[in-house]
Ligand binder design. Sequence first.
Ligand code: AMP
Length: 280
Amino acid sequence: MTILKTVAEVREVVRRWHSQGLSVGLVPTMGYLHEGHASLIDKSAEQNDKTVVSVFVNPMQFGPSEDLDSYPRDLNRDADIVSAHGGNVIFNPEPEEMYHSDFSSFVDMTVLTDELCGLSRPVHFRGVCTVVTKLFNIVKPDRAYFGQKDAQQLAVIKHMVSDLNMDIEIIGCPIVRESDGLAKSSRNTYLNREERKAAVVLSETIKLGETLVKNGETDCAGILAKMKANIDKEPLAEIDYVKIVDASTMQQIEKIDRPILCAMAVYIGKTRLIDNFFTE
Ligand code: AMP
């Protein structure tokens, strides 16, 4: 397993692989890897000859008051995880390697980014689309792996790849959870003991919503009211949003009569956590 810091080095390695007819998978991450990331690396290693994991805390996708500076980082630990799960290269560029001082081109999206996290984090998806496009152009993967944990991001990336005719297969992978149900996240490390206990309210509320939908409830307002009431019972939790949207357009709907995404962002103390469920 090799750690590469420059675009030129990655290009060189990937060029060699491609000339040998080897397939390449890409797993984009911000590092501080956990079993959720590991499941993506496993899937890539299973489906491709070679796997590149990018570890890059992308400044462009953070708003001014967000956690860019405090985001956890530990490259040695990440290297052990990538290596143990069959990754071949970590691409870990410095921000200046990705964004030269005269950087001025962006990839942006409308509609799919209007709701959910796009509404709460106005610059987020422009940063995500731009950095993922750059990573695709640098690594030229056959397949790229994203978690359903960031459901809107997965939908946005699939849409971008289709809109812009990018010749890359996007593979979505299921949410990996802690034993009590909390979705694994690098941001869980921000939680103190009391907050960690409280954070289980997200997955419990997701389960509640899922059960209501499975039992045939179709009125979104009714389902959301019950979910919000459940979160409000937890004193440390403050809702950013809980919404039900059309799974393909990400626009809010009133009645469940098509595949949906039910997504939430909830602050536990100062830490903003997300979770979701969807129906086919
Ligand atoms: P991040 O490092 O948080 O930007 O995440 C990198 C990738 O890992 C994204 O595609 C995430 O959706 C995915 N991911 C993060 N947490 C999980 C999880 N608990 N289960 C599955 N995938 C995850």
